[in-house]
Design a protein around this ligand. Structure first.
Ligand SMILES: [Cu+2]
Length: 146
């Protein structure tokens, strides 16, 4: 092996190590979390919102052509929401603007994400997966108040 090849292999290894450390630091230090798909929970048919503890809520949303079936959501700033998403018909998207929540509503499964709403205001929800002729009307909102 030539010296240049060895040097390039070392540089590649160091760059990969730096990226790995960056991913670990972001995941542990900044709470970056990858949304998951829950396999042990049966898909639900009804939307619900309830308070689990002080400042912590659980929201169940059912996506159907062409609306999100969800209760009116008005929560205080600083609330942490465990979000469970299911689909009643076809594939839908679920993106909450100004957050990192970006889920797929897949029929027969439940998607999960946890989000904290720090700032008051309206957080629009949009479908980012083409789901039929009414796709562009598929919106919702989460209202956060002081
Ligand atoms: Cu859609």
């Amino acid at each position: 092996m030539e010296r240049t090849e060895r040097v390039m292999l070392w540089i590649g290894g160091v760059v990969m190590a730096v990226f790995f450390v960056a991913v670990v630091v972001l995941a542990a230090g900044f709470g970056v979390d990858v949304p998951g798909c829950i396999t042990e929970m049966k898909p639900f048919e009804r939307d619900t919102l309830f308070q689990r503890t002080d400042g912590r809520y659980e929201l169940h949303v059912v996506a159907r052509m062409w609306a999100y079936q969800m209760p009116p959501v008005e929560l205080p700033a600083g609330s942490e929401v465990d979000l469970y998403l299911s689909s009643g018909d076809v594939l839908h998207g679920f993106h909450i603007d100004r957050t990192n929540v970006n889920l797929m509503a897949i029929p027969g499964t439940v998607a999960y994400a946890r989000v904290r709403f720090k700032e008051p205001g309206d957080y629009p929800i949009i479908c980012h997966e083409y789901c039929g002729v009414g796709h562009q009307q598929m919106v919702g909102v989460i209202r956060i108040v002081q």
